[in-house]
Design a protein. Structure first.
Length: 461
């Protein structure tokens, strides 16, 4: 028996470890370190690339430029969510048809205050809905405002904001005017400002989508119109007017919120069109008898899939354009370059039963609405300062420069021009040419250009 075979079984014998300070140790570590570093780099790259691969697997078209504004899943406790409080406020609204008529009459009556009987009725209406108004205040003070995310098969163009929110906004407008009637100017201003706060929360909501963001533009218009009516009645003093005007500066539309909106809108369209393509493939795979009954061929379904893919490609390019334009004023709208329409038939006609006219939507007129409301905000700031100047000097200034720096830190900017808003003492008017100097209008925007031409804000004090 050899010496080797007579050895008893035991733990494996390892060579002795070198001393940490020996030259051989450093050489071994130097050889291993590049390999370990390479693995770290590879794992980091995989961690970065894998989410994008998963998110774009349905369609490899890609997405908007702003990757940091992608939709992210977040879990937020209901009491911290402004939309939760808004829905709770709507749930306890107590309005009947007669109440709505009273609200509309008050809001349509210009700056005139209601008589004693109508005023008492409106005050009772506000008292009855105090819980709703408290809920609305909670919604604008909550730390988050989270929209639900729709799945592709539930895709529809209905807003997540309850439609009854408009009635809540009307209640706030009436409250502001009634407070002004009793000379409670600062509470009246805060009530009108709550409307702008709500608009900003909706516009900046996580997962905000197009419909809800455009509702925020409408609410901003209501809040600014209410403020202009308050200004016509309030004997504003210097410091008070300066605070009001400076507070309003924060309520210009936020380019980052609009970029996020376009990113979410793109994701929704990507989900919808991907779902359509997948359904077409599923029909061709699993229900050949149904295809025969409907006389729809595989070529038809492939054409539909090509159509949805090309539409998504076009919309991805549009989304990049919209996101870039979000940083600019409306005078740059005519310079925006949009993809030319393409023949989406893919070389084969789609059967009439499947002839979906899928067109990438043109949202350029929404930029005009946003710019119109930002210009209205600039005009409202200017009217506040003019009212205080008139209160102090018993006259209007000859030029807006007289308002700076005592009443304004700077003359507010006309969003359509990127320059100071205009003023005429003779005509008692704050105004903007709007789209008047942006000729010729881009193709398809003639009606929208006409709607926002020569914006005028009369001085009613």
């Amino acid at each position: 028996m050899s010496a080797t075979s007579s050895r008893l079984p035991g733990p494996p014998i390892h060579p002795p470890m070198p001393h940490p300070d020996s030259p051989n140790t450093h050489t071994a570590l130097a050889r291993r370190w590049p390999r370990r570093f390479g693995w770290l780099v590879a794992m980091a790259a995989l961690a970065l690339v894998l989410p994008d691969y998963v998110s774009t697997r349905r369609s490899p078209v890609g997405g908007p430029d702003d990757a940091d504004l992608r939709v992210r899943d977040e879990v937020i406790a209901p009491p911290q969510d402004g939309l939760y409080h808004l829905r709770a406020a709507v749930a306890v609204l107590d309005l009947d048809e007669a109440d709505v008529l009273s609200l509309n009459h008050m809001l349509d009556s210009g700056s005139a205050m209601p008589d004693a009987r109508a005023r008492a009725s409106l005050e009772e209406l506000l008292d009855r809905n105090e819980l709703s108004l408290d809920g609305l205040r909670a919604s604008v003070e909550a730390p988050h405002f989270l929209m639900p995310e729709m799945s592709a098969d539930e895709f529809e163009f209905a807003p997540e904001i309850p439609l009854e929110t408009e009635q809540l906004v009307d209640l706030l407008r009436v409250r502001a005017l009634l407070l002004a009637g009793s000379a409670s100017w600062d509470p009246a201003f805060e009530s009108a400002l709550d409307i702008l706060r709500l608009a900003r929360r909706i516009e900046g909501a996580q997962r905000a989508v197009l419909t809800t963001t455009m509702m925020s533009v409408g609410y901003r218009a209501d809040g600014l119109e209410t403020l202009r009516r308050l200004v016509a009645m309030a004997p504003l003093e210097n410091q008070q007017a300066r605070r009001w005007a400076e507070d309003l500066r924060a309520y210009r539309s936020d380019p980052a919120a609009w970029k996020r909106m376009w990113a979410v809108e793109y994701q929704q369209w990507k989900s919808l069109l991907g779902w359509i393509g997948e359904r077409a493939a599923e029909e061709s795979r699993t229900r050949p008898e149904r295809l025969a009954e409907a006389e729809i061929t595989h070529a038809n379904l492939n054409a539909l899939r090509r159509e949805t893919t090309r539409t998504l490609e076009t919309f991805a390019e549009l989304t990049r354009t919209y996101q870039r334009a979000s940083d600019h004023n409306c005078e740059a709208l005519g310079e925006m370059r949009f993809p030319a329409p393409t023949d989406r038939r893919g070389g084969g006609a789609i059967a009439s039963d499947l002839a979906l006219d899928i067109n990438a939507p043109d949202y350029r007129d929404f930029f005009l609405r946003r710019c119109a409301e930002d210009t209205a905000l600039a005009a409202t700031q200017t009217l506040i300062a003019l009212r205080a100047f008139q209160h102090d000097n018993d006259r209007l200034p000859d030029v807006l420069g007289e308002l700076v720096p005592r009443y304004l830190t700077a003359i507010p900017t006309d969003a359509f021009r990127g320059e100071p808003i205009r003023y005429s003492k003779t005509d008692r008017l704050v105004f903007s040419p709007g789209t008047a100097g942006l000729e010729p209008p881009p193709e398809g925007l003639l009606a929208a250009y006409e709607a926002f031409r020569d914006l005028r804000y009369p001085i009613e004090f």
